[in-house]
Design a protein around this ligand. Structure first.
Ligand code: NDP
Length: 479
């Protein structure tokens, strides 16, 4: 045995990860793929990296030093289960099986439990940054045992992206914690993209800016507190001209957004955990509506003229930027709330400031703004919500008037801003002294005797709605 780490599955992600690993000092990397042609291609092109190719899974396992450590990078789902079974038959207690695919965290929890019964460590890593990240430094979100982290930690640290001098990897928590956090990362990515798209739409349709001006605006924004990979690539996309028609590329791309489903997982789990992630939800739904071409056409055929764009103040672009920033804070606040809820439900000990740190490099949502989240959770690890952090509270208060103007202008002009407006509604809900939830409790008590609590004394109460409408004590106070 000679390799301290192995990679199974040598499509684009696995081969890039293997090359990244092999180029770091201290690593010798064994590589294996079900179809040998992929392995030989990789060796032909990158054999100088000292990769150790295996034609069979037995050779692969035989080439690994103990504790044997193998990262699986195959198609998520059945492919991953098949490879785990092959390794589990050959691995011994203390060895480490790592799944770097886009697994659903519930699969990771199940697999970890099965392998733990054999004393084999199973680690689920969320890997963000696509092929480019895998090759040059991804953001890594590993979940698994402390024992596995002993061996794996230094190896992952050697290949992770670096942001502000720190590697973008942390031991997120046990079993499915890493894949859960990766899922939330993807959800936040959906929200971030939707908000940027709304800002673009407003400035184009109401503000009247063309794509060239817009590319410049986003480039300028990328030098301030909105600096991020997604803002940067937005400017690049807007600059692009279609070679065939000479029009801006964005104008010839069909306006139906696709998705691979991780945003849906985020919303499904958030609903189950009772955690409002309206920013992510609106983003997922906005993509879904965009893709309902026939439905859009049917409604367009029957509706009258659309509202004219409302007049805009000189401060319009600054207003949009303020609305974008405030809405983005809300989306991240909700995403971090979901991590807290998941950690509580599944028993993970997650350090939120460490999560904000590892998202600063290598991944799609990397942004300067994450430093503020790092600070917020470092100052107050038990923060109720990011919106209660003094820095963010002040930042939102400073942009609040602009945020309201923008949502108002959008509504008056008939430009949909589900992200901006739902974020504002969430903020207004949290900041309201009294909510109409009291009326809902009254309705629930009326039709279902669901009882209610009072603001002035403990216990639960019920009004005899179909009787004389007196109030009775349903459950006396326990104090
Ligand atoms: P694919 O998802 O396209 O999967 C192809 C690989 O899976 C091939 O190596 C294939 O082997 C192998 N495979 C499929 N089924 C089996 C099986 N039953 N037994 C053994 N091997 C099998 O590869 P990618 O590189 O795109 O992605 C790998 C993983 O990384 C996926 O889980 C993906 O979701 C995840 N990921 C992808 C990102 C991306 O940007 N693409 C980003 C982050 C994670 P063979 O050559 O023999 O067919």
């Amino acid at each position: 045995p000679q390799a301290n780490i192995g990679v199974i599955g040598l499509a684009v992600m696995g081969s890039n990860l293997a090359r990244n690993l092999a180029s770091r000092e201290g690593n010798t990397v064994a590589v294996y793929n079900r179809t040998y042609a992929r392995t030989s291609d990789l060796i032909d092109q990158h054999g100088h990296l000292g990769l150790v190719p295996a034609e069979t899974i037995d050779d692969f396992v035989g080439s690994l030093t103990r504790p044997r450590t193998a990262i699986i990078m195959v198609q998520a789902g059945a492919g991953t289960d098949a490879v785990i079974d092959q390794l589990a038959e050959r691995f011994e207690p203390g060895d480490i099986i790592v799944d770097g695919g886009n697994a659903n965290f519930t699969d990771t929890i199940r697999r970890e439990k099965q392998l733990r019964a054999k004393d084999i460590n199973f680690v689920g890593i969320g890997i963000s940054g696509g092929e480019e990240g895998a090759l040059n430094g991804p953001s890594l979100m590993p979940g698994g045992s402390d024992e596995a982290w002993q061996t794996l930690g230094p190896i992952l640290t050697s290949i992770a992206a670096v942001a502000d001098g720190e590697p973008c990897v942390t031991h997120v928590g046990h079993d499915g914690a890493g894949h859960f956090v990766k899922m939330v990362h993807n959800g936040i990515e959906y929200a971030d993209m939707q908000l940027i798209a709304e800002a673009y739409d407003l400035m184009r349709r109401i503000g009247g800016s063309d794509t060239r001006e817009l590319a410049d605006i986003f480039t300028t924004w990328n030098q301030g507190d909105l600096e991020s990979y997604l803002i940067e690539i937005t400017a690049e996309v807007l600059k692009q001209t279609d070679a065939e028609t000479g029009r801006p590329l964005v104008d010839v791309i069909a306006d139906q957004a696709g998705s691979k489903g991780t945003g849906v997982w985020t919303v499904q789990n958030a609903v189950g955990l009772g955690t409002p992630v309206s920013g992510i939800g609106e983003a997922v739904f906005a993509r879904a509506v965009s893709s309902r071409k026939a439905q859009r056409a049917a409604v367009q055929a029957i509706t009258g003229p659309r509202p004219e764009p409302a007049p805009v103040p000189d401060s319009f672009h600054d207003d949009v930027r303020a609305a974008l920033y405030a809405s983005k804070v809300v989306a991240y606040a909700q995403g971090f709330d979901l991590i807290v809820a998941g950690a509580q439900q599944y028993g993970w000990d997650v350090d939120l400031s460490a999560i904000a740190k590892i998202w600063r490099g290598g991944c799609i949502i990397r942004a300067r703004f994450l430093n503020r989240i790092v600070d917020a959770y470092q100052n107050t690890p038990t923060l109720q919500t990011l919106l209660a952090d003094p820095y963010f509270a002040q930042a939102i208060a400073g942009g609040e008037a602009a945020w309201r103007r923008i949502v108002g202008t959008a509504v008056a002009s008939g430009v949909p801003v589900p992200g901006f407006s739902s974020a504002l509604a969430y903020y207004d809900t949290l900041t309201a002294d009294r909510l109409p939830a009291a009326l809902i409790q009254g309705q629930r008590d009326y039709f279902g005797a669901h009882t209610y609590q009072r603001i002035d004394k403990p216990g639960t109460f019920h009004t005899l709605w179909s009787g004389d409408r007196t109030e009775i004590i349903a459950t006396p106070s326990t104090h």
